[in-house]
Design a protein around this ligand. Structure first.
Ligand SMILES: Cc1cc2nc3c(=O)[nH]c(=O)nc-3n(C[C@H](O)[C@H](O)[C@@H](O)COP(=O)(O)OP(=O)(O)OC[C@H]3O[C@@H](n4cnc5c(N)ncnc54)[C@H](O)[C@@H]3O)c2cc1C
Length: 382
C-alpha cells in the first residue's frame, strides 16, 4: 500500500524509466466509463487517503487523493460545513478522481464545478516530479492555472496526490421542491427564462424527463426539482419567487431525490451530455427528446441555469441496431459542446477529442514526456 507522495513519485519515475504505462485508479468506481486506456500496470490510490489538514475557521480542508467524498462530508458536517460538490455516482468515489475527471452533479448550479472548489493541489508528473499549485488558504491564488489545468485532465498530466478544497457553511434551512412540467416549447421557454431571472439562484435546479422521474421514485412525468437553502427570511423570499413564476404549484419533495438522481446513471450503456447557451435550454430539451426517442427507456435531465442536458441509454435498450442509432444521435450536427461520459468502447472514436491539437499535445508532453499516464483515455489516437 502506498503511504507517501515520495513513494508514488518513485513508482512513477521507475515506470517512466522502463516505459511502463500506468492506469491510475482512485476508488475504481468509474473505470467502467469504458475509456480506451492502454496500460501495462495499475497505480491504485485507494490506500492513499485521509484528511491532512482542516481549518474550519478558514473553510479549507486538505485531503489525500484517495479520500472518499463521504469521509470529507463527515468531517465537515461536524463543523456545520460541507463540500458543495456532488459528482454523479456516489460519495464513495475519491476526491482525487472527482478533480481529475472534473465530475460534478446537480449542485454545480449553485456552486460550480470542481475547479471552483479547488484552492490548491499537489501532483506527481509523468516524469516523477512532485509539483504544487495554488495553496491551502483562500487568499493564495499563485499557481491557479496549474490547478485548473489538472482539473479534468483525467490523470494524463500527473497523478493528483493531495487536494485543498473550499468548504461552505451548511445552510440554516434547506428544502427540495418539485413542479410537474409540461414539455411544451413556449411553456418551457417561459419557465426557464423565469428561473434565470430569479434574484437568488437555487442551490440546484434540474429538469427531469418522465422516465427518469419514475426511475427515482417520482410520478412518471417531467418534473423540475429545485433545492433552496438559506436563513428563514431568505427561504421565504425564494419560495415566493418560485411561486411567482406562474408555472404551477411547487410541492415539497424528498431531499434524498438528489442522491437518487446522482446514482441513476449507474449501469447505463451510454451517457453523454450537451452544453450550450442557457437561453437555448428549452429548444435543446425538445430536440434532445426526439434524438433519444428511438431508445426504449432512455432518459434525460438538464440544468436550465447552466445550459447542460445529459442523456442516458439503459443497457436493456441496447438491442440490435441500437449502437448505430446511438452513433447517429451522437454525431448529428450540433453547435454546442458534446461530452461523452460512458459510451460503448467503439463509440469513443466518433466523438471529437481535443487531445490531439497542438496545444494539448504540447502540455501533455511537458508534463508526461513518455506518455505513461492513462494513455489513450482522452481519445484513441492520443
Ligand atoms: C458524467 C459522469 C457520470 C458519472 N457516473 C458515475 C456513476 O454512475 N458511478 C460512479 O461511481 N461514479 C460516476 N462518475 C465518477 C464520479 O463522479 C467521480 O469521478 C468519482 O467519484 C469517482 O471516484 P473513483 O475514485 O471511484 O474514481 P476511479 O474510477 O478510480 O477513477 C476515475 C478516473 O479518474 C482517474 N483518477 C483517479 N484518481 C486520480 C488521481 N488521484 N489523479 C489523477 N487521476 C486520477 C482515473 O485514472 C480514472 O480515469 C461519473 C462521472 C461523470 C463525469
Amino acid at each position: 500500500m502506498t503511504t507517501t507522495t515520495a513513494e508514488i513519485a518513485e513508482r512513477i519515475r521507475d515506470a517512466a524509466a522502463h516505459g511502463t504505462r500506468l492506469r491510475v485508479i482512485g476508488r475504481g468506481h468509474w473505470l467502467a466509463a469504458n475509456r480506451p486506456v492502454q496500460a501495462d500496470a495499475t497505480l491504485p490510490l485507494d490506500g492513499y487517503s485521509g484528511i491532512v489538514d482542516y481549518v474550519p475557521g478558514d473553510f479549507t480542508l486538505t485531503a489525500r487523493a484517495g479520500t472518499t467524498l463521504a469521509e470529507i462530508a463527515r468531517a465537515a458536517r461536524d463543523q456545520g460545513q460541507w463540500l458543495a460538490l456532488d459528482p454523479l455516482g456516489s460519495d464513495e468515489g475519491s476526491i482525487g478522481a472527482t478533480v481529475a475527471t472534473a465530475s460534478h452533479g446537480p449542485h454545480a448550479t449553485g456552486f460550480g464545478t470542481p475547479r471552483d472548489h479547488l484552492l490548491g493541489l499537489e501532483f506527481v508528473t509523468g516524469a516523477g516530479d512532485v509539483v504544487r499549485g495554488g495553496g491551502r488558504v483562500v487568499k493564495n491564488v499563485a499557481g491557479f492555472d496549474l490547478v485548473r489545468l489538472s482539473t479534468g485532465a483525467w490523470g494524463t498530466l500527473g497523478v493528483i496526490t493531495e487536494v485543498t478544497v473550499r468548504l461552505r457553511a451548511l445552510p440554516a434551512e434547506q428544502q427540495t421542491l418539485a413542479l410537474a412540467v409540461d414539455e411544451d416549447a413556449p411553456i418551457l421557454e417561459r419557465l426557464t427564462s423565469g428561473l434565470r431571472g430569479l434574484v437568488t439562484a437555487p442551490l440546484a435546479c434540474e429538469l427531469l424527463s418522465g422516465v427518469l422521474a419514475a426511475r427515482i421514485g417520482l410520478p412518471e412525468r417531467p418534473v423540475l426539482a429545485v433545492h433552496i437553502g438559506g436563513n428563514a427570511e431568505s427561504m421565504r423570499a425564494q419560495r415566493d419567487a418560485l411561486a411567482g413564476l406562474e408555472a404551477g404549484a411547487f410541492a415539497p419533495a424528498d431531499d434524498a431525490l438528489w442522491t437518487r438522481l446522482r446514482a441513476a446513471g449507474a449501469g447505463a450503456a451510454a451517457t453523454w451530455r450537451l452544453s450550450y447557451r442557457p437561453s437555448r435550454f428549452a429548444h435543446t430539451w425538445i430536440e434532445g427528446r426526439e434524438s433519444i426517442a428511438p431508445f426504449a427507456g432512455a432518459w434525460m435531465h438538464g440544468s436550465p441555469l447552466r445550459g447542460a442536458v445529459r442523456y442516458a441509454v439503459p443497457t436493456d435498450a441496447a438491442e440490435p441496431g441500437s449502437p448505430e442509432r446511438l452513433l447517429r444521435a451522437l454525431t448529428q450536427p450540433f453547435d454546442g459542446v458534446r461530452i461523452g461520459e460512458t459510451l460503448p468502447a467503439r463509440a469513443w472514436s466518433v466523438l471529437p477529442s481535443r487531445a490531439m491539437d497542438r496545444l494539448s499535445r504540447g502540455v501533455r508532453t511537458a508534463f508526461d514526456p513518455r506518455g505513461i499516464l492513462n494513455p489513450g483515455i482522452l481519445g484513441a489516437s492520443e
